[in-house]
Design a protein around this ligand. Structure first.
Ligand SMILES: [Zn+2]
Length: 370
């Protein structure tokens, strides 16, 4: 037992020692994680954007958030003219500031039934690559909508794509695929896990596969994509929207293990990660940490020539901040995708730097003035 007088003598030193160790721990904690203030300091890349505008307003505004973009044209409009318009603006943005956007193009499907479709497409892509395109986006209309002259639905593993993908590989270009849909798409509205899926499929019944049992199943969509990847093992593939395996991080992990050249990006599916981390936060943290070299940050944000850049910037800015809070802090936050609050993942700094920038730089070498 210490005498009272001895205790009085050493107590101040003990207190200082405890205080110092508390300070050291909190400094350590701070240095392992980015803060909300760091958001404005750290250079970031959003690999899933659709900036189809003649003005540079959106990108100029985004500069203050320190964001660069992969800017994708998608062949998704029924009008070929509209699709070409998207390409025009994607290159307009690129040529105005090559440091901010990396252009990605999409190929036309209109001439599919012509015997030389592959050659026409290669010629088209060759031109686009000469203009600076770094990749090619394929969309869910392949597998869910587009049919040949005999009415056969075209899947992504169709042999007609083989020559085109081989050409892309030879040119060191990236294939970006939004193939299939979230698993929710095959469920009734009231069984879907996120509010954004509920509202999207309510508004777009033609893509709500629960209403179209004659169409390929979820598993068939995933299997066609996987067969295409087996045929093209050396093609760099960015699997958009968490590879349409958003409902289970273990499924995403097994996809990444099976296809070593594939990356996944989180655009429009952070709600699905949050749905899972709300139930088991450590499981999602482990997934992100284990696969930190294979995950890219993206949002699916965009503007077209009719939209108001300032309003879209504000909405996107709010989304970027919410995501930053989720990935970097352990704070409780509300997100529009879920009806309940969730806790942030507090990922380590080095993981966040990879997901938000370094992996994108490696996937799209030569982009953003590298
Ligand atoms: Zn998109």
């Amino acid at each position: 037992m210490l005498s009272n007088s001895l205790r009085a003598l050493i107590l101040p030193y003990l207190c200082i020692e405890i205080l110092l160790s508390v300070l050291a721990t909190s400094t350590l904690a701070q240095s392992q994680h980015f803060s909300m203030e760091d958001y404005y300091r750290i250079e970031k890349i959003d690999v899933h954007a659709h900036i189809y505008s003649d003005t540079l307003d959106f990108v100029s505004l985004a500069k203050r958030d320190r964001f660069r973009f992969v800017n994708m044209a998608v062949w998704s409009d029924p009008s070929p003219q509209e699709n070409l318009e998207k390409h025009r603006t994607v290159f307009l943005q690129f040529n105005a500031d090559r440091d901010r956007t990396a252009p990605v193009v999409a190929f036309p499907l209109e001439n599919w039934d012509q015997p030389d479709w592959s050659q026409q497409t290669i010629h088209y892509l060759d031109n686009s690559f000469k203009q600076g395109a770094v990749g090619v986006k394929v969309w869910k209309n392949i597998g869910m909508e587009f049919r040949d002259k005999d009415g056969k639905l075209i899947m992504i593993d169709d042999p007609k794509f083989d020559l085109v993908f081989a050409f892309m590989k030879a040119q060191h270009k990236v294939l970006l695929g939004h193939l299939g849909e979230p698993k929710n798409c095959w469920l009734p509205i009231n069984e879907m896990t996120t509010t954004n899926d509920r509202s999207y499929f309510q508004e777009n019944p033609k893509y709500h596969m629960a209403l179209h049992p004659e169409m390929p199943s979820y598993e068939q969509q995933i299997a066609a994509r996987d067969r295409m990847l087996v045929k093209n093992p050396d093609l760099v593939f960015v699997a958009c929207h968490l590879a349409s395996l958003e409902w289970n991080v273990d499924e995403i992990a097994s996809f990444l293990d099976r296809f070593p050249k594939a990356m996944v990006e989180v655009a429009a599916r952070t709600g699905q990660l949050q749905f899972q981390s709300h139930r088991d936060r450590q499981r999602v943290v482990n997934f992100m940490v284990r696969h930190q070299d294979r995950i890219l940050y993206g949002t699916d944000t965009g503007v077209d020539r009719n939209s108001n850049s300032v309003r879209f910037y504000q909405q996107t800015h709010d989304k970027w901040l919410r995501d930053w809070k989720y990935f970097n802090t352990d704070q409780i936050l509300s997100v529009p995708e879920l009806d309940y609050a969730i806790q942030g993942l507090a990922l380590p700094k080095e993981v966040v730097e990879k997901i938000y920038r370094i992996n994108a730089m490696k996937t799209f070498p030569g982009s953003w003035g590298q």
